[in-house]
Design a protein. Structure first.
Length: 127
């Protein structure tokens, strides 16, 4: 793994942890699109890698299925998981300082952005 990839993985881990702590979503909603957009992983690889970083709390059997089919990058998942912890702490502290309505608004914007970006990039591939 080269330095630039490691830095991107650190960024993904921090961002996903921060957003998860801030608005209470699972890291996958952030991690999967970022792995696709910044590192060029396929949807299956991004999902497998995202599951691996969350392995302790969820997804052991699902992660195993992705691993069997070669759709899991364990190294990426480990680096992201390390920084996810720090981001989760920072995000939860930030969330608790803001109004519930601000947090709901940010959550809605994030979901909308991710949905529109995934639809747009998929649409270009389909057409």
């Amino acid at each position: 793994m080269d330095v630039s990839t490691f830095v991107i993985l650190m960024f993904i881990g921090l961002l996903a942890g921060t957003v998860s702590g801030f608005i209470g979503v699972g890291g996958g909603i952030v991690v999967v699109p970022l792995l696709i957009f910044f590192l060029g992983l396929s949807q299956h690889q991004a999902q497998g890698t995202s599951l691996a970083l969350m392995l302790p709390p969820i997804g052991i059997l699902a992660c195993y299925n992705y691993y069997k089919t070669g759709n899991l990058n364990i190294g990426y998942a480990m680096v992201i998981a390390l920084f996810f912890v720090l981001g989760g702490y920072v995000g939860s502290k930030l969330s608790l300082r803001l109004s519930e309505y601000v947090v709901k608004f940010v959550f809605g914007l994030l979901l909308l952005y991710v949905a529109l970006r995934m639809i747009w990039t998929s649409w270009k591939q389909i057409m």
